[in-house]
Design a protein around this ligand. Structure first.
Ligand code: BTN
Length: 330
């Protein structure tokens, strides 16, 4: 197992505090229940406080949660997903370079289908096109979902769209915010990005070993770095309140599971249909397209069955966009 992963005893500590949320739990009781020293309990309580978990009390009298913590430790996340394959195994870090990087290193035994890697903070979050992903501590959701689908590498783009639809549905249902998807998978609220998805995979020519859906959501950021302010925002900035990361993540994982089964049962067309129903970019959007080889303007005319974007170029040609970046033209 990759080092740095959150000690499952911290997970048990959080779980124990949540289970006993209405009472003060004495330090020695906690120490003996989870099998660590009292000074370790104190150290971990301080660590949790630094992550914004509100805990009253001190070593001599015991500890009590002031409110339910919004921390993504495995036991709390899993208790929201009783029957799900996605999330049956959760690997949590307080801090890591990149959850995608960790996920890609997991073999079949340590990272079976449905494993989710989470971090409270990323020090080298990866974005699309070689960019980085701003990953402020405990403000966002930084999640990588390991899929081992019985599909060929050609299915990777549709899995990316699937992740976009699931995230869009989860954000809409948890926040009520009007969320759009810009092809292929940028989630926007009021025209600014709140979530990005980076799909990476390990494959042979005809066999997919693993797909990692890396999802970054700006949830409770109270401001964005200056260089991102024009293009990015957070759910809290748009909704004017804080949101539960735990609730959004749980909805997201349940939705990924639902759409994954839909894909296996009904094929690509079902995901294309869902994507087209939540995105204003599917039809009739005037856009500018930038690819490594080309730069042009046009209007969107739907998705093909592989998930590629159909565009009627201003010069009259029909284009099928497989990879590239688009911006809206007014
Ligand atoms: C984008 O550029 O729009 C994609 C951003 C993807 C960021 C997420 S955060 C969790 C996962 N781990 C990473 O290093 N990147 C993805």
């Amino acid at each position: 197992m990759t080092s740095g992963v959150t000690d499952h005893k911290i997970d048990r500590l959080v779980h124990l505090l949540v289970r006993n949320a209405t009472v003060v739990v004495p330090g020695p009781t906690i120490a003996s229940e989870i099998g660590v020293s009292r000074s370790t309990v104190w150290e971990w309580i301080e660590k949790l406080r630094a992550l914004g978990v509100a805990i009253k009390g001190h070593p001599r009298h015991g500890y009590q949660l002031e409110k339910l913590p919004d921390i993504l430790v495995p036991s709390l996340v899993r208790s929201e997903l009783p029957h799900c394959e996605i999330g049956h195994k959760i690997v949590h870090y307080f801090r890591t370079e990149s959850t995608n990087r960790v996920a890609l290193q997991l073999d079949e035994q340590n990272g079976p289908h449905g494993t989710v890697v989470l971090a409270e903070e990323q020090t080298a979050g990866r974005g699309r096109l070689g960019r980085s992903w701003y990953s402020e501590k405990s403000k966002g959701i930084y999640a990588s979902i390991v899929l081992r689908p019985p599909l060929s590498p050609a299915a990777a783009p549709i899995l990316t769209l699937l992740a976009g639809v699931a995230t869009c549905r989860a954000i809409r249902s948890a926040t009520g915010l009007d969320t759009d998807i810009r092809w292929p998978n940028d989630l926007l609220v009021n025209g600014r990005k709140v979530c990005g998805i980076l799909t990476e995979m390990k494959a042979e020519v005809d066999r997919l070993h693993m797909v990692v859906l890396g999802i970054g959501i700006n949830v409770n950021h109270s401001s964005m770095p200056e260089e991102l302010q024009q293009i990015a925002t957070s759910l809290a900035l748009q909704g004017g309140r804080r949101y539960s990361r735990l609730q959004i993540l749980a909805e997201l994982l349940r939705d990924v599971e639902r759409y994954y089964h839909l894909l296996l049962k009904e094929g690509n067309a079902a995901i294309v249909r869902e994507w087209s129903s939540v995105s204003s970019y599917a039809h009739g959007k005037r856009i500018q397209v930038k690819t490594s080889a080309d730069n042009y303007t046009g209007v969107t005319t739907g998705l093909d069955v592989s998930g590629a974007l159909k565009i009627l170029r201003d010069d009259g040609r029909q284009e099928l966009l497989v990879a590239g970046e688009i911006t809206t033209l007014r």
